[in-house]
Structure formats: C-alpha cells, structure tokens
Design a binder for this molecule. Structure first.
Ligand code: SF4
Ligand code: SF4
Length: 93
C-alpha cells in the first residue's frame, strides 16, 4: 500500500475534482499530469479523475493550468489541519 508521511495514501483526501459543466475538453490537464490521475471520456468529451490516489499530495498544478477553472482541490488550510490531526493520532509507521 502506498504511504505518505506514514499515512496510507487512500486515507488522504487530496485529489482533483472536475466540474464537467466547466470542462471544455481542451486536454491541458492531461498533458501536464504524468501520474495517470486523469483520463478522457470520449462520450462527454471531458477530462475525468480516473485514479485519484495517484495524485501527488499537495500538488495542484493541473488546477492552476486549467483555462476554465474546472478543477478544484480541498481547501489548503483545512487539509493541513486534517494532516496535523492524522499525524497527531499516531498513525505513523
Ligand atoms: S484543463 Fe480544464 S478544461 Fe481542459 S480538459 Fe482539463 S479540466 Fe477540462
Ligand atoms: S495535482 Fe498534480 S499530480 Fe494531481 S492530478 Fe493534477 S497535475 Fe496530476
């Protein structure tokens, strides 16, 4: 199982969410991400999150590059607090 700072990656809710209604299918996010997180749905012609836990924790490059702001991530402050709590509860290796 993949771990991040001693926490199982699948317990960390950091991955993109794509708003289909804003996605134009330009493919910019698919070009930039080398981690296999995103895929392209031919029928809707939109990008999709296919492997969320492949996303690099705290990366948000694709969201910054999306021309229509279709990609969002968790609130950074709330996420930092979540990680702090998680580490404090002793879920370390
Ligand atoms: S960069 Fe944005 S608009 Fe372009 S395919 Fe990705 S999510 Fe859709
Ligand atoms: S945030 Fe980074 S690792 Fe995650 S999907 Fe976007 S470009 Fe890929």
């Amino acid at each position: 199982m993949d771990m991040w700072r001693g926490i199982p990656r699948e317990e960390i809710p950091w991955f993109p969410t794509i708003d289909d209604s804003k996605c134009t299918g330009c493919g910019e996010c698919l070009s930039i991400c080398r981690n296999g997180v995103l895929g392209f749905d031919e029928s809707s012609r939109t990008a999709q999150v296919t492997n969320p836990y492949n996303c690099v924790v705290e990366c948000s490059t694709c969201a910054r590059l999306c021309p229509t702001e279709a990609i969002s991530f968790p609130d950074q402050a709330a996420f930092s607090e979540f990680i702090k709590q998680k580490l404090a509860t002793g879920e370390k290796p």
